[in-house]
Design a protein around this ligand. Structure first.
Ligand SMILES: *[C@@H]1O[C@H](CO)[C@@H](O)[C@H](O)[C@H]1NC(C)=O
Ligand SMILES: *[C@@H]1O[C@H](CO)[C@@H](O)[C@H](O)[C@H]1NC(C)=O
Ligand SMILES: *[C@@H]1O[C@H](CO)[C@@H](O)[C@H](O)[C@H]1NC(C)=O
Length: 374
């Protein structure tokens, strides 16, 4: 494995080691077994199990990112929080409906956690949203608490976040590929949350290969459920990291992928898929007619635009069983373990193989289930 010295330093930092390099030979000479690289995995906990103090520390760190100036100098980025939206926005076509989707988002969650820790003094780890607790009742979620959480939203109505710590934040990135000043909008939807239920996850888990399990997780219900359930900025497939809830949702999805991966060792190396999405909506969403919104698009409210297969994320079909079918397509040049992943220097570039195992490569964490965390 070839790693740059910057990456070695970064690893040492993220794992809290006193020295950048633990020398395995030294350990052998002292007669002790050499230390495994990820001997003390960080615990990623559900938000709903955090103490009030832990919740405040995370939100304070996010607010710190929102106050710090951008360092990437990409168009539309004013704050450091905006910098984190940029890789997702600019590379939307490469990182959605492609083999990079799950590895890239895992790496992006790790990037967010790292930047909170290194630039905003956050001592905790990246929490996730235990979504199973809030299905069909999202408006009462502990996550959306106006005092201890991320603020709420209005059921079935598109509106700026009405309360909580992010009420006054002005986004400078999005919607889509545009960069306009906007509040963080939400539009809570319970019908959309239904495809995060266990029946949908189990349906995806029956698939044995990444080729089939990944599109099921991405497009077959679990991933879309919370993007549409929170709605507004979160419904934007390009600029959704504009709502800090993005990181709680995608960390949950990362856990869902990991819970599938850990069942069989070969799944830690199983990767494929196209490298660039062929879905025309990446163009459509940045050029919607009149003053129609991304919400209008996904609700099928824009005359003349193609309808969404399955009726879109707000369909009554969500009450019924999953209907995802594997694509069964041949891809000429599929994603490989050796392919590079980048977040434009927010943290060093890496490769897909480095993020396939959450306790190896550049990563060292584990997930704690809600029942075990309370
Ligand atoms: C924009 O929205 C307003 C209010 O919803 C509506 O009255 C108007 O017709 C819309 N304009 C266009 C060009 O769609
Ligand atoms: C998948 O595609 C191949 C080639 O196009 C075809 O022969 C095969 O029957 C398909 N399998 C399924 C399950 O649809
Ligand atoms: C990181 O990867 C990107 C995409 O492959 C590449 O353009 C860039 O030069 C890389 N940066 C470094 C520092 O290697």
């Amino acid at each position: 494995m070839i790693i740059t010295s910057a990456l070695v330093y970064f690893l040492a930092f993220s794992q809290g080691l006193a020295t950048p390099l633990a020398n395995p030979q030294e350990a052998d000479l002292a007669g002790r077994p050499s230390k495994p690289k990820c001997s003390k995995p960080a615990k990623r906990l559900p938000w709903q199990a955090l103490s009030r103090k832990e919740k405040k520390a995370y939100i304070d760190a996010e607010l710190c990112l929102m106050r710090k100036p951008s360092k990437l100098n990409l168009p539309g980025a004013i704050t450091r929080f905006d910098d984190l939206i940029k890789p997702h926005q600019i590379m939307a076509r490469e990182t959605h409906q492609t083999g990079y989707f799950l590895p890239f988002h895992r790496y992006l969650m790790h990037t967010h956690e790292t930047v909170l820790r290194t630039e905003c003094g956050y001592k905790g780890h990246q929490p996730y949203w235990a979504e199973e607790l809030d299905i069909d009742n999202i408006q009462n979620s502990d996550v959306l608490d106006s005092v201890t959480g991320f603020g709420g939203g209005v059921l079935d109505t598109l509106a700026c976040v009405p309360n909580g710590p992010f009420k006054n934040y002005k986004l400078h990135t999005g919607p889509g590929q545009k960069n306009t000043e906007n509040c963080i909008e939400r539009r809570l939807s319970n019908i959309a949350t239904l495809t995060a239920r266990q029946e949908y996850i189990d349906y995806c888990y029956q698939f044995n290969t990444f080729e089939d399990a990944w599109p099921c997780l991405e497009d077959g219900g679990p991933h879309n459920a919370w993007h549409a359930g929170v709605g507004g900025v979160m419904l934007d497939p390009i600029s959704s990291p504009g709502d800090p809830l993005f990181y709680l949702h995608h960390t949950w999805l990362d856990k869902v992928w990991w819970d599938w991966q850990k069942q069989k060792p070969e799944r830690l190396r199983d990767i494929t898929g196209r490298k660039v999405s062929i879905n025309p909506f990446f163009d459509l969403l940045s050029n919607l007619p009149g003053n129609s919104t991304i919400t209008d698009f996904f609700m099928g409210n824009i005359p003349g635009l193609p309808s969404i297969p399955g009726g879109g994320p707000f369909s009554e079909n969500n009450r019924g069983p999953p209907t995802f079918q594997p694509r069964n397509e041949t891809i000429a040049d599929p994603v490989k373990l050796t392919d590079t992943l980048t977040v434009f220097g927010l943290i060093p570039n890496t490769t897909v193989s480095q993020v396939m195992n959450i306790k190896d490569g550049i990563l060292c964490y584990e997930y704690v289930d809600y029942e075990d965390a309370i």
